[in-house]
Every structure is written in structure tokens, then in C-alpha cells.
Write a protein that binds this ligand. Structure first.
Ligand code: AMP
Ligand code: GLY
Length: 427
């Protein structure tokens, strides 16, 4: 099978690593890819939102399966665009159309969807410039802290959590006034949910689903969850506090009603769903939906898939998920993200990375890297993720940290406490 994967981060390297193991693979292309994917596949320099160039490439290379990694092309309607191209009638696509991707593209849509289908989530009100006063009154009925969310995609920056009511009311006005551009011309005000965050990943063909596992990521730059938010500094799968009772609730109250809700709404959703959840004393509620895999969560979820990923993805794209073989590894998988000093603020690019050859019994997934004259250079804030298996959580973490010691680049930074907060659930 000839496959094109869109994206160029650690998520895509992890997907490519698994796809490359499939006996069904004939040729894998990745646009744009990175230095890690270049070893497994052919990198193609096309931007993920250049739909016209992607369509032409698919025709030229006779691609049979397209997998969309990041959310931007999905929310912008890549599936609809390609399906309208009569040269591409046989193309199989993993990733929802615009009608499904709006679950991530509009927080207001996602909240209405959850309300309509009885899926547990925080109470909310959606505000536009026409009902600011009502929005400010709604804020006054809530307990602090106050949660304000830009409705649209805002590069992960559109959520504000504010302790003071007056400040929240002022911020509401500023958001509606264009603080996050078009993304915040509507603002969702939410009740604050208490508990511990956990993510659950599933894949669906619109009728059936498979749960790929739970994961926890570490979003803050600093140890002990301090400092600025990042794209994610490490991850663990599965999450030890997600016991069978919790997992049963997630499936029955959230995953199944979501897939059934999509069906009831006439949305033919074929792709990944990322459920961002809060666990409040054993009861899950949805914080957000994403219509893609997480990064770095993919770097711990995909290594635990024991069966052929291409079989699973083809079954997803063609509506035959019920027939696909599916099994997960019992072991834990953990990952530690190595980042450039200064990230998530200003950081250098183009520094040489050494020591990759000395890594043993871990998988290094590249994120922001590029190949130049045979050398691997840093090319982003998040540079690479070191993933390891373990029969115990502690064992997996030790293995990742052991191999982190081998890798070096100028001003490398990483968190030393990934997974430490979870050890109390396994001891
Ligand atoms: P989101 O972009 O919706 O995932 O929000 C970003 C982060 O804000 C989440 O990962 C949570 O840590 C936090 N957050 C969002 N909504 C809520 C909520 N209703 N209650 C508590 N924390 C929230
Ligand atoms: N790690 C969080 C995300 O991918 O959105």
C-alpha cells in the first residue's frame, strides 16, 4: 500500500515508526516530516494546509491511504477538499471531515454536542459581542476560578483561568474585542472542574470504535508542574489511577455516547478522537475534544499497539473497524521530551544533536529536528521524545532517563519528574 502521512512532529514520527512495521506497506511518504521520519520514509516538502499540492501529489504517486496528523488541515476541511476532487475517488482517508473536525474547531459546537447527547462536561455559556452583559452576569453566578475559552483554534493559547471575578469580566470583553483574533469572537465561559486530568484516545470508523488507551501528559515547562505551558514535556500510558471502574465509566458515559452522537447527528467521522478528561473522584467529565492524536501522547500510546496499524487505519477509513485485529501491549510506555533551552519562549535552532547511536532499548521519536549534511540538527522547541517500555511504570521511566543521558545538544532541557506523581498509584 502507498501511504501519505501529513505532519512533521513527534506524533507523526511515532505513527510512521508503526506504519513502517506493517507488512502491507509498499511506500510511505511524509509531508513535511523531520530527520527521524527521513530514515523510515520519504519526506516531501509540502505544507499540511496546501491542499492543492497535496491532491496533486496523491495523484502523481498513486497514494491509496492518507493519514492526517495535525488538526489544522482537518478543521480547514482537507477531507472535504480531497473528496470533491474526482481524480481521488478511491482515496482512503483517516481524519474527519469539516463536520466532525468542528468538535475541536469550535468549543461552542463541542459543548452543544455534549449537552445534546448527555455527555458529562462542565456547565457553560457561550458569549458574543451581543450578550456581553449576560456573560458577565453568568460569571458572577460561578465560583472562582473562572474559565474563559476562545471558541476557535488559538494555537493552544485560547484558554484563560482567572481567580478574580472583575478581572474575568474584563478579560471576557477583551477576548470578544479580538484578543485572539477571529478565534475569540465567541467565548465559552465554563464552570471550573476539579480533579486530575487524563486523556483517552480512540479511533472510530463512524460506527465502531477501539480505545487505544489512556495517557497523561505534562504540559508545564517546569518540574512540579510550574512555569509556562508547553506542547507537552513527557507522557505516560496507561495512567495507573484509571482503574477498570473508571475506564468503564469513560467508555459508557463518554466514548460510546460520542460515537453514537456523531452518528445521530449524521456526521460520518472516520479518524482519531482525543478525549481530554477531568477525573473528579472517579467520575470523568470532558474538558475538550481533539480530532487527532496528542503529542507527546502518541509517543506512548502508539508503541503499545501490538497489531498492524495499517490494517487498523484502512479499516477505519473504509468503515470496517469491527473486522480489524486489535490488541494492546500490557506494559507501560513512558516518554521524556528533550527541548531547546528557552522554550516555550525564544530558543535557538540548528544545534547539533549527538549521542543518538548510544541509545539502547528506548525509541527516539524526533519532533523538531532536521537533517543537514548527514547531521541531525535541532529545528524546533520540542526536539525529541525518548520513549521506553516497562513492566512497571518506574522501570519504563528509568529506561527513558537512562537514555536521555546519552543525548546531547547545546542548551538541552527536560523535566526530571515525568510520571513521578503517578507512582503512588502503583506502589
Ligand atoms: P483546553 O484547551 O480546553 O484543553 O484547555 C486547556 C487547559 O485548561 C486544560 O488542559 C485544563 O488544564 C484547563 N481547563 C480547561 N477547561 C477547564 C475546566 N472547565 N475546568 C478546569 N480546568 C480546565
Ligand atoms: N499534548 C496535548 C496535545 O497534543 O494537545
Amino acid at each position: 500500500m502507498r501511504v501519505l502521512l501529513l505532519g512533521g512532529g513527534g506524533r507523526e514520527h511515532a505513527l510512521a515508526w508503526k506504519i513502517a512495521q506493517s507488512s502491507k506497506l509498499e511506500k510511505l511518504y511524509i509531508a513535511p516530516g523531520n530527520a527521524g521520519t527521513a530514515v523510515l520514509a520519504e519526506n516531501v516538502s509540502i505544507a499540511v494546509t496546501d491542499f492543492k499540492a497535496i491532491a496533486d501529489f496523491i495523484v502523481e504517486k498513486e497514494i491509496q491511504l492518507l493519514i492526517v496528523g495535525p488538526e489544522d488541515p482537518l478543521v480547514e476541511g482537507i477531507r472535504d477538499f480531497l473528496q470533491a476532487d474526482n481524480r481521488l475517488s478511491g482515496l482512503m482517508i483517516v481524519g474527519p471531515g469539516k463536520d466532525g473536525a468542528i468538535l475541536e474547531g469550535s468549543k461552542d459546537f463541542a459543548k452543544q454536542f455534549m449537552k445534546r447527547h448527555g455527555i458529562p462536561t462542565a456547565g457553560y455559556m457561550t458569549v458574543t459581542s451581543h450578550n456581553i452583559a449576560e456573560g458577565q452576569q453568568f460569571l458572577a453566578t460561578l465560583n472562582p476560578p473562572y474559565v474563559l475559552k476562545a471558541d476557535g483554534l488559538a494555537a493552544g493559547k485560547g484558554v484563560l483561568i482567572i481567580d478574580d471575578l472583575k478581572e474575568a469580566q474584563k478579560e471576557l470583553k477583551e477576548m470578544l474585542g479580538g484578543k485572539f483574533g477571529k478565534a475569540s469572537c465567541r467565548v465559552v465561559i465554563e464552570e471550573f472542574l476539579h480533579g486530575i486530568e487524563i486523556s483517552v484516545f480512540a479511533i472510530t470508523d463512524g460506527k465502531d470504535y477501539r480505545i487505544l488507551g489512556s495517557a497523561k501528559d505534562y504540559k508545564r515547562i517546569g518540574e512540579g508542574d510550574t512555569g509556562l505551558n508547553t506542547g507537552g514535556m513527557g507522557a505516560v500510558s496507561p495512567v495507573p489511577f484509571a482503574n477498570s471502574e473508571f475506564n468503564r465509566k469513560v467508555e459508557e458515559l463518554i466514548v460510546r455516547p460520542t460515537v453514537e452522537g456523531l452518528q445521530k447527528d449524521g456526521i460520518d467521522y472516520r479518524g482519531f478522537i482525543f478525549f481530554g478528561l477531568m477525573n473528579d473522584g472517579g467520575n470523568p467529565a470532558v474538558i475538550e475534544y481533539n480530532v487527532r492524536m496528542g503529542d507527546p501522547e502518541t509517543e506512548v500510546v502508539i508503541p503499545r499497539l501490538k497489531t498492524d496499524i495499517l490494517e487498523l487505519l484502512v479499516a477505519t477509513a473504509t468503515g470496517r473497524l469491527a473486522e480489524a485485529e486489535f490488541a494492546l501491549d500490557e506494559r507501560y510506555c513512558t516518554t521524556v521530551m528533550l527541548v531547546a533551552g528557552g522554550y516555550p519562549g525564544c530558543y535557538e535552532k540548528g544545534n547539533i544533536i549527538i549521542g543518538l547511536k548510544d541509545v539502547e532499548d528506548s525509541i527516539v521519536f524526533h519532533a523538531g529536528t532536521k537533517l543537514e549534511d548527514g547531521q541531525v540538527l535541532t529545528n524546533g522547541g520540542r526536539v525529541m521524545a525518548v520513549s521506553s517500555y516497562g513492566h512497571t511504570l518506574e522501570g519504563a521511566l528509568q529506561q527513558s532517563y537512562k537514555n536521555v543521558e546519552h543525548i546531547k545538544f547545546k542548551s538541552m532541557n527536560f523535566r526530571r519528574d515525568i510520571g513521578q506523581d503517578l507512582l503512588k498509584w502503583v506502589r
